[in-house]
Write a protein that binds this ligand. Structure first.
Ligand code: TXA
Ligand code: MG
Length: 310
């Protein structure tokens, strides 16, 4: 159910959960100062309590109450990428953030999203916690219709149009004096080299007992359909997820992600396409994985790999 801006402000202040747009994906928002609403996010999404939430701010100054010190490098990264699809994991001052938000970790994840409507909303509501607005494990929502698919037509959504990036933010964590990427996202690793003086490594902690980024452990972004990834485009048959610049002679039906010349467009279409498989009742699809392995393509490959996991 689409709601107007003032209604979203009112509901958030009353301790309700509202879906709101960001430039990456839609978020399921609750006010940071409303513990019951934060609990409701976990229940609505069926999200494990061990998976912490990102705190969204409208200005860098709003970081101050939560972190004892804002290092120069964080200010430089913020100046370069915020508002935008970068999330920073920072050590937090004791007792400043409800335990359920950071899942008991000594850190919290912060970002200033690049969507004017949600920035204005936070000027009124204060900081918002928001995971992606999808049932846990499902493809993220990149338009208001996707939110309604997962949470029903009566769920309050502030409609800000389709998301321009279509992939979640890139999450960075600092370890041994170097930033590492703990979740690939809408900003490729190389984007950070000018500000940092090096390209951050992409780290995976999936096999560790206490991963740095707990949400990366699970099968994720997945439609109900079984996805079969293949780098042999010629062997794609039946239902195929592929590219407009390639032909699939063995395919009965092709879902096109866009052109190999535009990873940005492919990113924008990715979750919509995965959701479309479910709407059409498809049980199995081949995915053409024969695409470059740099920049945004790496994020696209990671999402498809997680979406195909058992
Ligand atoms: O683009 C985005 O980041 C979207 C929009 C709505 O802002 N949000 C999003 O939230 O993707 P969510 O909850 O779907 O994913 C957040 C990820 C999870 O993998 C979680 O484990 C990680 O952020 N995270 C949150 N707090 C963390 C922390 N303190 N340390 C490491 N990872 C953290
Ligand atoms: Mg998510």
């Amino acid at each position: 159910m689409h709601i107007i801006f003032e209604e979203a402000v009112r509901l958030l202040k009353e301790g309700k959960v509202v879906a709101v747009p960001t430039e990456t994906v839609y978020g399921l928002a609750a006010s940071l100062s409303q513990p019951a609403a934060i609990d409701r996010i976990f229940a609505l999404k069926k999200r494990p309590l061990s998976n912490p939430l990102i705190i969204h701010l409208s200005k860098v100054e709003q970081l101050s109450p939560f972190v004892t010190h804002i290092p120069k490098e964080v200010r430089e990264m913020a100046a370069a990428f915020w508002p935008g699809p970068m999330t920073l994991v920072l050590p937090i001052a004791l007792f400043t953030i409800p335990n359920r938000v950071c899942a008991g970790l000594p850190t919290a994840a912060f970002r200033i999203p690049g969507h004017p409507m949600t920035l204005s909303l936070m000027d009124r509501s204060g900081p918002l916690v928001m995971p992606s607005a999808n049932l846990s494990g499902r493809p993220s929502a990149t338009c208001s219709a996707h939110v309604e698919e997962d949470f029903g037509n009566d769920f309050p959504v502030l409609d800000g149009g389709p998301c321009s990036h279509g992939l979640e933010s890139t999450i960075l964590h600092r370890s041994n004096d170097r930033w590492q990427i703990v979740r690939l996202g809408a900003l490729p690793a190389a984007a950070f080299s000018e500000v940092l003086g090096y390209t951050p490594d992409v780290v995976s902690h999936e096999k560790e007992k206490s991963p740095i980024c707990p949400g990366q452990l699970f099968r994720h972004y997945a439609p109900r359909a079984r996805l079969k990834l293949t780098s042999a485009a010629a062997s794609c048959r039946g239902v195929v997820i592929g590219f407009s610049d390639r032909s699939y002679p063995e395919a009965a039906q092709v879902f096109t992600l866009g052109s190999l010349l535009s990873p940005q467009k492919v990113a924008e279409n990715l979750y919509h396409t995965l959701r479309q498989l479910d709407l059409e009742g498809i049980e199995e699809a081949y995915v053409d994985m024969l695409f470059p392995d740099h920049g945004l393509w790496n994020t696209i490959a990671e999402r498809l790999t997680k979406a195909s996991a058992k």
